[in-house]
Design a protein around this ligand. Structure first.
Ligand SMILES: *[C@@H]1O[C@H](CO)[C@@H](O)[C@H](O)[C@H]1NC(C)=O
Ligand SMILES: *[C@@H]1O[C@H](CO)[C@@H](O)[C@H](O)[C@H]1NC(C)=O
Ligand SMILES: [Cu+2]
Length: 303
């Protein structure tokens, strides 16, 4: 399963604009919850909805499931949405679409996220991996899958042990859900937690320059969690639930490179709020400015 929730604070004192768009009907924003604060019913409802996605047809016209549409689109757009200015707004919009799709499949709660900082003392022992109250644990050496030249460990407990993700990158290759907890070597160790301790995340949140903030967040905690869980990666999410310590100035702070910077290529254009977030038919493509605030008709949530 794949869900991410990223806050989009940070900033540069770019423009100072009210955090709410005018005319919003977002009077009572949904309050997103950390996984472990969901009630048993909410957790079960969430898990059933993820499983439901895996029983519905693709909305992209693929011969795979609605569940697979999300990793498929995320991967297809990989180079357009990572290490560029739109990393945060794109993922914010993507998570919103995922949440809506879960609701269409019967989920009745609010979007959930995993606060990595709560586990940084010993990530591999987190209750998030619990087979009953969590999402199941590490891959098992007892059940493996061969993909290309590599052997991967399959998740064998918890609600997603029978999930069969269809794609490896964008190649059709149905396989078990894979996880290989690690610390950059073969060891599990503490799963690169230096990058997402409460302190490390607080330092990033305190950055006032959008470009700096986005680079440190993407390259730091976000990258560490991807690498440390490995395999198909799992429900990642927000290290940082808070929308912003300084919404007045931060809401419309945006900038940086519009496309990835490549050696030998001309320098990328400067990103703007009018840049379009591509969603590859999963939803409407919209401009960055439409997701700069979470308290609008479109998004309407808080933490
Ligand atoms: C689905 O499409 C893939 C190509 O993307 C093909 O390899 C596979 O055989 C198809 N599966 C079914 C069940 O039609
Ligand atoms: C990984 O964990 C092992 C065992 O705990 C430790 O010896 C090693 O230094 C760790 N490596 C990193 C990069 O944290
Ligand atoms: Cu991504």
């Amino acid at each position: 399963m794949l869900f991410r929730i990223l806050a989009l604070p940070a900033t540069v004192a770019a423009s100072v604009i009210s955090p709410r768009s005018s005319g919003t009907t977002c009077e009572n924003p949904a309050v997103r919850k950390e996984w472990r604060t969901l009630s048993t019913d909410e957790r079960n409802s969430y898990i059933s909805a993820v499983k439901c996605l895996a029983t519905k047809p693709s909305m992209l016209g693929l011969n795979t499931t609605l569940y697979d549409d999300f990793p498929y689109v995320h991967n297809a757009l990989n180079d357009d949405i990572h290490f560029v200015a739109s990393f945060l707004p794109w993922h914010r919009y993507f998570v919103h679409i995922y949440e809506q799709t879960l609701k269409d499949c019967g989920y009745t709660g609010v979007a959930a996220y995993w606060d990595w900082t709560l586990d940084s003392d010993d990530t591999s022992k987190s209750s998030i991996w619990d087979p009953i109250t969590g999402v199941g644990g590490n891959g098992s050496p007892e059940k493996t899958v061969q993909i290309g030249w590599s052997t991967y460990k399959c998740v064998v407990d918890g609600p997603f042990k029978d999930l069969v993700p269809a794609y490896v990158t964008n190649t059709y290759q149905p396989h078990c859900l894979r996880r290989t907890f690690n610390n950059g070597t073969e060891q599990i160790g503490n799963m690169l937690s230096e990058a997402y301790t409460p302190d490390a995340v607080a330092k990033i949140n305190a950055l006032t320059d959008y470009v700096n903030f986005h680079n440190k967040l993407e390259g730091g905690p976000h990258g560490a969690i991807h690498s440390a869980v490995a395999g198909d990666m799992m429900p990642a999410t927000s290290p940082n639930g808070k929308f912003s310590e300084d919404p007045e100035t931060r809401t419309n702070a945006y900038g940086g490179i519009k496309t990835q910077s490549r050696p030998g290529q001309p320098a990328p254009a400067e990103a703007t709020l009018d840049d379009i977030l591509p969603m590859a038919k999963l939803a409407k493509d919209i401009p960055v400015r439409d997701v700069m605030s979470t308290q609008t008709d479109l998004l309407c949530y808080t933490y």
